[in-house]
Design a protein around this ligand. Structure first.
Ligand code: SF4
Length: 66
């Protein structure tokens, strides 16, 4: 799995950080998402997919790979 974030679309809602704190963080200044791990381990995939699904800015892109 490859994860990408578009900071321009992020509105700082923080859903992703709540769901997958191992993969996403937020800037202390403006709350904009920070991608901690662009290729997270298997155990985090479900939380990352859910983060992408609930992100109000559609800022998270997930690309599956084998
Ligand atoms: S859920 Fe989306 S809008 Fe909210 S902080 Fe994460 S990337 Fe940004």
């Amino acid at each position: 799995m490859n994860v990408a974030v578009d900071a321009d679309k992020c509105c700082g809602a923080g859903q992703c950080v709540l769901l997958a704190p191992e993969v996403f963080d937020q800037s202390e200044d403006d709350g904009i998402v920070i991608l901690l791990d662009p290729s997270p381990a298997e155990e985090f995939h479900a939380a990352v997919r859910e983060s992408a699904a609930v992100c109000p800015g559609a800022a998270i892109t997930v690309a599956e790979r084998s």
